[in-house]
Design a protein around this ligand. Structure first.
Ligand code: SF4
Length: 490
């Protein structure tokens, strides 16, 4: 099979940024592995390449990791039965750091001087290459190409004596984004980076504690939401109960605002906000900022749907399902030749011809990454007889790469990094094109505007204002960091 466009082959023509991972943990529940499999299933949207679970039965660790979806990996009683113990951690993965290989599938595990240590990580260590070079010089031998393994080596080589001190020492050396759930023979260590870039929540299921990337996973296993793990908080779960520490210097949190725009499931609460309501508010802001004289509002389903509902309600235009999405298209659908590949988008999205023929359409999508899907969808609507297509995007232009655990094409492939909005309009061939403003996005999450002196969120893929050093990138990508708002192409 010849694949001319690796992105298309990888994502089945899905032009979105992709969250890299979802994590889940259970402390003290019978059948912890089965509960974890359910939780990972609810987080499947955060990573569809591979899934793994590690359990501890008080004596031994047990792990099952495999490429593929949660349902396929954990649908056998035999697999679940082997994962003995009442504590478990699990992980869903897309690969951005580290090649696609089972050795990179998490939880990663190592026998340390302090005992067994398994780790599930959502995020990305932005100084991983620098640390890895240093560790290799000191004799470390890496088993994977994942940035997460750096944490294991830092714990293993720390000069401190206890596991807890070693863990804190290791985390003080890493930069970037991490929501970590670690399973050790002494207990569970849970930590969210000081900026709280990636989400992590704590829940209760009977007498057991549940950790998850999103509240939807608590809902699915029947757990009650207790609270978010706070940015910079380290939680220790042990037979003595739950302890919370604050080992890092206080920083103003900057959680990822793209979780609200696209990554998280709309039925989750993230950073205290209903993702669905935020997306509707985004649509309403977009309607106020960029109104259109049109006949109907049509979402690119499913991700554009809540914003389109918000746009329709604020503008008074009817909301219609002018595009129907098939939910049965596999991500790895084989596209053997150009002809079939070019038909690909229609496998996923098809125009609802009866609704859109002769109509002026406001088309709502959550974001534009490379623009490939937008071009095809607009062409599809025109072929189905749409009279006008006005595209409205429920986020500012995505003009910068993410280094915090999100799969972003390199900057040269981001449409908004290459073109003005007017040039993008011509490229996508729409009658008009407008993006949500950065302040509009902040209004939708309940802030009066973006505080440019102390931004409330990480919004670096829109603004280039990265909240941490990007040590590994500093030789190559300095202009990306320094560009800030001034260099945006809108
Ligand atoms: Fe989220 Fe964008 Fe920041 Fe990455 S760069 S963490 S996608 S807001």
């Amino acid at each position: 099979m010849i694949i001319t466009n690796p992105w298309d082959a990888q994502w089945g023509d899905d032009d979105h940024l992709h969250e890299e991972c979802g994590v889940f943990g259970v402390w003290g529940a019978d059948g912890a592995a089965a509960v974890t499999a359910l939780g990972l299933h609810a987080l499947q949207h955060r990573g569809q390449e591979a899934a793994g679970i590690t359990t501890f039965d008080g004596k031994d660790f047990h792990t099952h990791r495999a490429m593929g979806h949660v349902a396929g990996n954990f649908d056998s009683d035999e697999v679940i039965r082997k994962l003995k113990g009442d504590v478990a951690i699990g992980h869903n993965r897309y690969s951005t750091t580290g090649e696609t290989a089972v050795r990179n599938v998490q939880p990663l595990y190592a026998d340390l001087a302090t005992g067994g240590f398994a780790v599930a990580h959502n995020g990305n260590i932005s100084n991983a290459m620098t640390l890895k070079r240093e560790l290799v010089r000191r004799g470390a031998i890496f088993q994977s190409t994942s940035d997460t393994e750096v944490i294991i080596h830092l714990v293993a080589t720390s000069a401190y004596r206890t596991l807890l001190d070693r863990f804190i020492d290791a985390l003080k050396r890493v930069e970037g984004a991490y929501s970590l759930i670690c399973l050790t023979s002494e207990g569970m260590l849970v930590c969210r980076d000081p900026l709280g870039i990636r989400p992590l929540v704590l829940g209760r299921l009977g007498d057991s504690y549940i950790l998850a990337s999103e509240t939807v996973a608590l809902d699915v296993v029947g757990a009650t939401f207790l609270r978010a793990v706070e940015p910079g908080e380290l939680i220790i779960l042990s037979p003595k109960g739950l302890r919370s520490l604050r080992p890092f210097a206080d920083m103003r949190p900057r959680p990822c605002v793209f979780e609200q725009v696209y990554f998280s499931r709309p039925d989750s609460m993230v950073d205290g906000l209903s993702v669905y309501q935020v997306r509707k508010a985004i649509g309403a802001e977009l309607a106020r900022e960029s109104p259109v004289e049109a006949d109907m509002v049509v979402p690119v389903p499913d991700s554009g749907t809540p914003a389109a509902i918000g746009y329709a309600q604020a503008s008074g235009l009817p909301f219609e399902l002018g595009i129907i999405r098939s939910h049965y298209v596999g991500r790895t659908f084989i596209q053997p030749g150009d002809q079939i590949r070019n038909l690909g988008v229609k496998l996923k999205h098809n125009a609802n011809r009866a609704m859109i023929k002769g109509k002026r359409i406001v088309l709502i999508d959550d974001s534009i990454v490379r623009g490939t899907t937008s071009v095809k969808i607009v062409q599809m609507l025109r072929e189905a007889g749409a009279e006008e297509v006005h595209m409205r995007i429920a986020s500012p232009p995505t003009a910068h790469s993410c280094y915090y655990g999100v799969d972003t094409p390199e900057r040269s492939k981001l449409l908004a990094a290459q073109m003005s909005v007017d040039r993008m309009r011509e490229y996508i061939q729409v009658d008009s094109l407008a993006f949500l403003s950065i302040d509009g996005l902040y209004r939708a999450v309940g802030e009066p505007s973006r505080d440019n002196n102390a931004p409330q969120y990480c919004d670096a893929c829109f603004t280039g204002d990265y909240p941490t050093r990007l040590t590994d990138q500093e030789d190559n990508d300095v202009p990306d960091q320094l560009s800030l708002l001034a260099e945006r192409v809108i």
